[in-house]
Design a protein around this ligand. Sequence first.
Ligand code: FES
Length: 213
Amino acid sequence: MTRLTIDGVEVEVAPGTTVLQAARAAGRDIPTLCFDERLAPFGACRVCLVGVQDAPGPIASCTTACREGMVVDTQAPAARRVAGAVVELVLSELAAPPAEHTELAAVARQFGVGEPRWPGAVHPEREDLRHPYLAFQHGLCISCGRCVRACDEIQGAFALTATGRGFTANVAAGIDAGFRESACVSCGACADTCPTDAIAEVSLLALAESATI
Ligand code: FES
């Protein structure tokens, strides 16, 4: 077993346990964005940063394994400041704010991030509504890779691909010819894991829209 301290509380975890897993098991809440416990850790967004005693800077808790004697501070000011800025940057690139019920909106609330301070270039708005069950709103994609990984790791369909870079970074179905022409089997794993509703089930989107009318 590995012994460490999280927010002043000593915990003991199995070897290989990540800092995020240990913290959550100890009842500490660390916000995450590219993480989904059903998927292999990805370590792309840096929203899960925490402070570790004697470390040169904040570390990503979702991809860092616990070490014997580690002293973790989930509320370390530097970690919170950087992670909050990351969330603000992500929001500033969206064509429209994420709906209140989405994971991204919840994470923004956790960090107290409201209207981004840096309005400017945003992801182009483009919709793919050809699939009977899944709607793809490209302007809400934050390139967290969760949909691509869910398609690969949960369903084994490999129907989605990360494409482009910077403001054109996005996700494509098949060879970018749309869901219907791809290997999509309509399992909905991509929509289920998407933290912004960039991919959403058509029926749930309609429900959300009717609730806001
Ligand atoms: Fe850890 Fe994204 S949740 S890097």
